[in-house]
Design a protein around this ligand. Structure first.
Ligand SMILES: Cc1cc2nc3c(=O)[nH]c(=O)nc-3n(C[C@H](O)[C@H](O)[C@H](O)COP(=O)(O)OP(=O)(O)OC[C@H]3O[C@@H](n4cnc5c(N)ncnc54)[C@H](O)[C@@H]3O)c2cc1C
Length: 505
């Protein structure tokens, strides 16, 4: 079994994680990546002297630190614990609510705004604590023995009350349990209405515990540490190579055909590409496609975004680093009227800009079809959107326009062209209330030697789940190959060429 060849479609976090675990478990691996660099959507890039950080606003640690350590991201990358998750600001109402680690203060502020909601806010406070009894599975649930499942269930019994009371979505909870329209609005603006309440409780609980952080050095430091681990373990990479077809012989995945016609043989294939691309296009819908079609018909995708980033000659040091700006006069962002959006001010790490400068980013929902219709006039459309974003931001950042030194606009087409984010859904499926946020199997019935990992099998995506899903997919591969799964190694094989070529992109 040793040195069987696993071919991995996609060099984002899930593909890199799967690669590391597969190498440790005795497989040879080749990552085939469409983009010219590794990292997938978890990436950053330069604009003059500024770094556009394209990803990590908040990193979930706690139980997930195990995976970061196994992948040697920790302790290589120091983490800066967040005292505040995000700040809600409604300009018109003159209201600001900071979601800090002091949850008692948060509940007190919200209760003062709506005394009638005091009992439900107290229930929320208790629910946050109860949910901490629940541990996300690091191991593939498919491998769980009944005894382990019962033990897990026993440990999680403290969370049952919260799971029942908060079983719906954020939208459901606000509608059925909160009386104040203002509180309803705050919660449904901090998270999408369709997001499970259980997710909000987990975020608040992890925040209070000090489990939310940002990597020092930003997304690039985190991504590059993982790339270094993959290279050091001896993993191979083919960049700028797009898989067009997954090859199947006698019901078993045996390799891929690239869009340029090249074929690459393998003993097993793992895809981290989107579900529609993987199941319907690369496999032609021939294997277990019903559930994917059903999800496409009934599940929500993450809304596509425009990420407008401005390198500015001012530090804006006193502004919260992450804000939900609400209550603006609605403005048009590529066919979508927007009155609420996320703003990141990269003022908490010196790595993003020269001293006295910073980067301000507006992350705004938009319409995918609008951008595809503009494809011929893409640069004009992006310039126009930069103006729209500046007009929206300027009331919150005095003199902003005159301070802008660099501008970068990423649209849903950028996400498709660079990282194949299907329809601009940069985090795949929206998580669903109930169950495990909508479980998706990592294998397809009728197809052997084939596995899936990443944000399209973990609704809601996110850094920790992308990495963990890579781990779990390799556990399934090892089970099928009758090979022990190895999570850590003391003495990695060196592949200096890959380390040198790919670290630092
Ligand atoms: C703006 C933004 C902010 C975010 N903020 C956070 C945050 O604060 N915290 C957090 O935890 N998460 C955040 N995320 C989400 C997180 O980055 C993703 O969920 C995670 O990185 C997804 O990893 P992945 O490997 O599953 O998918 P991807 O990164 O999409 O990787 C898939 C890779 O497969 C490649 N590929 C696809 N099809 C093919 C093909 N046919 N041939 C070859 N290659 C192919 C793609 O090019 C891509 O590189 C954010 C994401 C974005 C975009």
């Amino acid at each position: 079994m040793v040195d069987r060849h696993l071919l991995i479609i996609g060099g984002g976090l899930a593909g890199l994680s799967a690669g590391c675990y597969a190498l440790r478990s005795g497989f040879k691996t080749t990552i085939v990546e469409h983009n010219v660099a590794l990292g997938g959507v978890c990436t950053s890039w330069q604009r003059g002297q500024y770094t556009v950080d394209g990803c990590i606003h908040w990193l979930t640690g706690g139980p997930f630190e195990q995976v970061y350590e196994e992948l040697a991201i920790l302790p290589a990358v120091p983490l800066h614990t967040l005292e505040t998750w995000a700040t809600y600001r409604d300009a018109r109402a003159g209201l600001e609510v900071a979601f800090t680690r002091d949850l008692d203060a948060l509940v007190k502020q919200l209760t003062a705004m709506s005394p009638a909601d005091a009992p439900e806010l107290a229930r929320l406070r208790v629910g946050v604590r109860e949910m901490l009894a629940l541990h996300p599975p690091m191991d593939a649930p498919e491998l769980g023995h009944l005894g382990e499942q019962l033990r897990e269930f026993w440990h999680a019994r403290g969370a049952l009350g919260a799971l029942v009371h908060f079983r719906g979505s954020v939208g459901d909870w606000t509608k059925h349990h909160l009386q104040s329209p203002q509180l309803r609005r705050i919660f449904t603006r901090m998270l999408p209405e369709a997001a499970p309440m259980a997710f909000l409780l987990m975020v608040l609980g992890y925040l209070e515990q000090g489990y939310l952080s940002r990597p020092v050095g930003g997304t690039a430091a985190f991504r590059d540490a993982l790339i270094r681990t993959y290279g050091a373990l001896g993993g191979e990479v083919r960049l700028d190579a797009t898989v067009g077809e997954i090859l199947v012989t006698d019901g078993r995945a045996t390799g891929v055909r690239l869009v340029d016609g090249t074929t690459l043989a393998a003993d097993a294939v793992l895809s981290t590409s989107s579900a529609p691309e993987t199941v319907l296009r690369m496999l032609g819908g021939a294997y277990d496609a019903g559930p994917t079609r059903e999800r496409l018909a009934n599940w929500q995708l993450f809304e596509p975004i425009v990420l407008a980033s401005f390198g500015v000659a001012a530090p804006y040091a006193d502004v919260p680093s992450l804000m939900t700006l609400d209550g603006d006069v609605p403005f048009d962002v590529g066919g979508r009227l927007v009155d609420c959006y996320t703003v990141r001010v990269c003022n908490d790490d010196a790595c993003f800009a020269p001293q006295g400068h910073t980067v301000i980013q507006a992350l705004m929902p938009t319409d995918y079809a609008w951008w595809t219709a503009q494809e011929q006039h893409d640069s004009e459309a992006r310039m126009a959107i930069a103006e729209v974003a500046l007009t929206a931001l300027e009331p919150h950042f005095p003199n902003l326009r005159s301070l802008v030194r660099e501008t970068d606009i990423a649209t849903p087409l950028t996400y498709w062209n660079r990282t194949r984010s299907w329809h601009g859904a940069f985090e795949g499926w929206m998580p669903r209330a109930g169950g495990m946020f909508g479980h998706v199997k990592k294998t397809l019935a009728g197809l052997e030697g084939f596995y899936m990992a990443g944000q399209w099998v973990e609704p809601g995506g996110g850094v920790p789940m992308a990495l963990t899903s890579g781990r779990q997919a390799i556990q399934l591969l090892c089970r099928d190959a009758h090979q022990p799964f190895v999570a850590t190694s003391k003495a990695p094989r060196q592949n200096e060429a890959v380390s040198a070529a790919y670290a630092g992109h």
